[in-house]
Design a protein around this ligand. Structure first.
Ligand code: NOJ
Length: 560
């Protein structure tokens, strides 16, 4: 099998994700921007990544922080100008970094000119750009029982049309009607616009939601996202994605589709290599459910076996057929150290988690701040939060009678805002993020200890560990292309897997325990013949048959 795996640049790359608003403020207004990004390109390059994915930079009323786009071809003024963007694109390319844009086409902002026209009436040329329906019960109730992913109804009534429009996310994010060929033509034009400018690909926002089942039937009654079974993998998804590929397939670029509720079996329908492949890879969510049910708000105890089962499924089922996108953080997920690691062993566990996912087969994505082990801020008051889904969930829970204290405790663990605090660059005022008096969002008070400057200077920092790990991956094809075998699945304190490629073998060992634990090497791996390439402790001594692993210890052995 190993020999049949196809090589490609997008498989070998590692990607750094920038959420612009909180990355770096270059003009002193308290908001991250393109000038700030430009000033940090050398830093990004120094991590050893090959590309940057920018969360949306476009003009937007920022109801969902950029995922509500009002103009697909312009830059949000608070982030800069098109000239600033071109300078970043050029600066990235000069450093050998590719640029991946966020393509958000399941919905627009309700301030997008298409929607402003569409809502005027049925004889408008943009009338069918969105999903409009008459309601039930003489138009008194929405057309069906679908509910928004962000809590609340999935439909909004508009008096001008005397109809409802569908919004799977915030009320201000109307869903586009992808069944309309004119809408698909617009999407293709947008893709062409950015690709012609020189960008290197797209991360496609909830792209698997774009085709809704005909007739929009009622869904399973859930408080959040009811109806989801009718659009997670809709009837025309393949057709529409193939149409988009007519555009991007002509460029040397990469496409990564965001795919909530995706399983390996269904993913293979979409991303198996060959003529019918719709996207290069997909972001699934299953591995982010090891401490919750579907979303971090439905919190459960961390379950390592659940995590390992998911990883093993994806690694095994996609190997040689399709490609994995690997991540443990992004702008929608609370910080991983709080979830799968340990605050007591923050450095050790952050490094271990890095090894756990980066040493698998796939393209790794690293979210801003993850490389220094940033943690949840855990704000105490709902008025301090900015995220629309956090606020909606808060109000929904309160309306069910849940106490403020209880919801706030959960938000401190589960809110997306935990990942959206400004990047901690130094221990200076406002963590070096902005020269303004007040940043747009609170800075985690732990910036005096956790910051890039400190991490740069400490050879043992999480940051320098990431650099070493990414270099190791780049220099050893086995990390990228090797096959995968899991060991000791039943253990709930240890994750261990092996990789093989072209006669070489690699063993990855990750302790998930705060105590010392015993590790016995799997029969085929005599540790005295292997070379310990990566470890998060100083002296990785071992005998042939195994070793004692210290809290959250990780080791990677290479057998050549
Ligand atoms: C997924 C994005 O990552 C998230 O931030 C956004 O709120 C939703 N899609 C809606 O666009």
């Amino acid at each position: 099998m190993a020999n049949s795996i196809k090589k490609a640049w997008y498989k070998e790359m590692a990607v750094y994700q920038v959420w612009p608003r909180s990355f770096c403020d270059g003009n002193g207004d308290g908001i991250g921007d393109l000038k700030g990004i430009l000033s940090k390109l050398d830093y990004i390059k120094s991590l050893g990544v090959d590309a940057i994915w920018f969360s949306p930079l476009y003009v937007s009323p920022q109801k969902d922080y950029g995922y509500d786009i009002a103009d697909y071809r312009n830059i949000a003024p608070e982030y800069g100008t098109m000239e600033d963007f071109k300078a970043v694109l050029d600066g990235a390319h000069k450093r050998g970094l590719r640029v991946i844009m966020d393509l958000v086409v399941n919905h627009t902002s309700d301030q997008h000119p298409w929607f402003l026209e569409s809502k005027k009436g049925k004889d408008n040329p943009y009338s069918d750009y969105y999903i409009w329906r008459k309601g039930r019960m003489n138009n008194k109730l929405p057309p069906n029982d679908w509910r928004s992913t962000f809590a609340g109804p999935g439909w909004q009534y508009v008096p001008e049309r005397d109809e409802y429009y569908l919004h799977l996310f915030a009320t201000e994010q109307p869903d586009l009607n992808m069944d309309n060929p004119k809408v698909r033509a617009e999407v293709k034009d947008i893709m062409k616009f950015w690709l012609d400018m020189g960008v290197d690909g797209f991360r496609e926002d909830v792209i698997t939601f774009i085709s809704k089942r005909e007739g929009l039937p009622d869904g399973f009654p859930l408080p959040v996202a009811a109806g989801v079974e009718h659009y997670i993998d809709g009837p025309h998804l393949h057709e529409y994605l193939m149409e988009f590929k007519d555009v991007w397939g002509k460029y040397d670029c990469v496409t990564i589709g965001e795919a909530p509720m995706m399983t390996p079996k269904r993913a293979l329908k979409h991303i198996s290599e060959g003529d019918e492949q719709e996207l290069n890879m997909m972001f699934h969510f299953q591995h982010m459910e090891a401490d919750c049910m579907f979303v971090s708000w439905i919190k459960m105890p961390f379950n390592l076996k659940k995590l390992k089962t998911v990883y093993t499924n994806w690694q095994k089922q996609l190997y040689g057929k399709a490609w994995n996108a690997l991540y443990i953080e992004n702008h929608d997920q609370p910080r991983v150290v709080n979830r799968y690691g340990s605050l007591k062993y923050r450095k050790e566990s952050a490094k271990m988690l890095a090894v756990m996912y980066i040493c698998q087969s796939g393209t790794p994505f690293i979210y801003q701040g993850q490389e220094i082990g940033m943690t949840n801020i855990g704000l105490k008051d709902i008025n301090q939060y900015e995220d629309v889904s956090t606020k909606n969930i808060y109000h929904m829970a309160r309306s069910f009678g849940v106490k403020d204290e209880t919801v706030m405790k959960l938000a401190a663990y589960a809110s997306r805002d935990n990942a959206r605090t400004p990047v901690q660059w130094s221990d200076e005022k406002n963590a070096g993020f902005t020269s303004a008096d007040k940043p747009w969002f609170p800075i985690n008070p732990n910036y005096t200890e956790i910051n890039v400057k400190e991490a740069q200077e400490d050879p043992d920092s999480i940051l320098n560990f990431y650099r070493k790990l990414l270099k190791f991956r780049k220099e050893n094809e086995i990390v990228i292309y090797g096959d995968y075998t899991e060991y000791y699945h039943e253990r709930d304190d240890l994750y261990c897997y092996g990789r093989t490629y072209e006669g070489k073998r690699m063993l990855v060992i990750c302790s998930f325990s705060e105590k010392n634990i015993t590790f016995t090497a799997p029969p085929a791996y005599d540790l005295s013949f292997g070379k310990c390439m990566i470890c998060n402790y100083d002296d990785p001594t071992a005998v042939a048959g195994g070793c004692v692993l210290r809290p959250y210890e990780t080791r990677v052995y290479l057998f050549e």
